[in-house]
Each structure stands twice: as C-alpha cells, then as structure tokens.
Design a binder for this molecule. Structure first.
Ligand code: ATP
Ligand code: MG
Length: 200
C-alpha cells in the first residue's frame, strides 16, 4: 500500500486545490526554503491523524487553514476551511474489504483498491470543527487509526521521521535504539502484551 496522491485544499501555504502525485517506490520533494515541502508532510500527518498540532508546527488546528496574512496580505479574509485527502493505492490488498467496511461502519465504500482518507477543519467565530472521512463515509479518528494499524501505521510509530528525530535517534543509548527497532519490527506490541499478562 502506498500514497498515490494528496489532494490539498487551503491547507497552510496551499491556497485553492493542489493535487500532489506520489510514486510507488520513492518520491523526493525539492524546493527553496519556505516553499512548502514540510507543509506537505504536515498535510499527511493532519489527514491521517498522526500528530498533535505542535507536530504540525501549529498552535491550533485553525492555524492550518491557508491565511493570506502569511504572504503579507494584511486584513484579507482567507478561507474558513481546509482539507487534505490522502489517496492510498491498495491494489496489493494489504487492507481487506471487510476491514474498510468495518472502519467505515458501512458496506457502501466503493472499490477498496483505492482507499481515501480525508480530514477537514472548519473555523467558526469562536471555535473550530474537524471531520474525518473514509472512502467518503463520515468516520471518527478511532476508525481511521484502527484501519491504519492494519497497514502498520500508528501515531507512535516511525512511519514519519521528522527533521529532529534523526539526531534524536543518533543520540540515544543502545537500549533506547533497540526499543525503536522492536517497535518497527512489531515486537514491542508483544512485549507490552507479555508485561500485561505478568501483571494480571
Ligand atoms: P525549509 O526548506 O526551510 O524546511 P519548507 O519548504 O519545508 O522550507 P515549509 O515549512 O513547508 O517550507 O513552509 C513554510 C511556509 O509556509 C512559510 O512561508 C509560512 O508562511 C507558510 N505557511 C505556514 N502556515 C501557513 C498558513 N496557514 N497560510 C499560509 N501560509 C502558511
Ligand atoms: Mg522544511
């Protein structure tokens, strides 16, 4: 399973709708400083519910909505809503149809060769709302997390390695580094279950 495309709408520096294609094996994104490379990663973290706002370099979710003030347009009213859709290629069938219908709470999810996960954030006068969708069905974050776990993607996992993480990993003790390897290899889960079993 891999990300085929991102559809980014009014998210951070991306005004309007931007479709960003990804290759199956390896995609690099290059561009000048401040051009929005990291914002693309933030968009993925946002849509998949993998990070808190600080992890996306924002104070609140509304900071993620495109704001013309960033480009010096003081006072210009920006959009009140942002969204990001992650289009996952599931041709290999890593996630089964029943896993998708269970997470979506509906049989009506279309073809699961493509799985789309979308999140919207909407600003109101005094607050904001956030909504998740799985193949266009309205779902909760927990449903998304359950589905992503089937594909080995977890918020506490190392699917996304942020800029500071690399030095963090280098500076760890051997024991701490071992824990990360256990986590990636999927062994850590069993360690936790073993610990729970002993405690019972
Ligand atoms: P670097 O090479 O320095 O890491 P980058 O390509 O990763 O740069 P980003 O951090 O993705 O750049 O983008 C930063 C830009 O995004 C800044 O110019 C900032 O003003 C803009 N930006 C962030 N949030 C918003 C927003 N809500 N509305 C408009 N622009 C925004
Ligand atoms: Mg960056």
């Amino acid at each position: 399973m891999y990300i085929e495309e991102l559809v980014v709408e009014n998210f951070k520096s991306f005004a309007g709708t931007t479709r960003i294609p990804f290759y199956e094996d390896f995609t690099t994104i290059s561009g000048p400083n401040g051009s929005g490379k990291s914002n693309i990663i933030d968009a993925i973290l946002f849509a998949l519910g993998l990070a808190r706002t600080t992890g996306m370099r924002a104070e609140t979710l509304t900071d993620l909505i495109y704001n013309p003030a960033h480009e010096g347009a003081d006072g210009a009213a920006g959009p009140t809503e942002a969204s990001v859709e992650v289009v996952l290629n599931n041709d290999a069938g890593v996630v089964s149809r029943s896993q998708v219908t269970t997470a979506a709470g509906s049989e009506n999810v279309g073809s699961v060769d493509t799985i789309t996960i979308k999140r919207r954030v909407k600003r109101t006068d005094d607050s904001h709302y956030s909504y998740y969708y799985l193949n266009d069905r309205s779902v909760n974050l927990a449903d998304i997390q359950e589905l992503l776990a089937q594909a080995g993607i977890a918020p506490e996992g190392y699917n996304v390695v942020m800029q500071g993480d690399v030095t963090g990993i280098i500076n760890m003790t051997a024991g701490e580094r071992r824990e990360i390897i256990d986590e990636i290899a999927g062994v850590a889960e069993f360690d936790a279950k073993k610990r729970d079993a002993f405690e019972e």
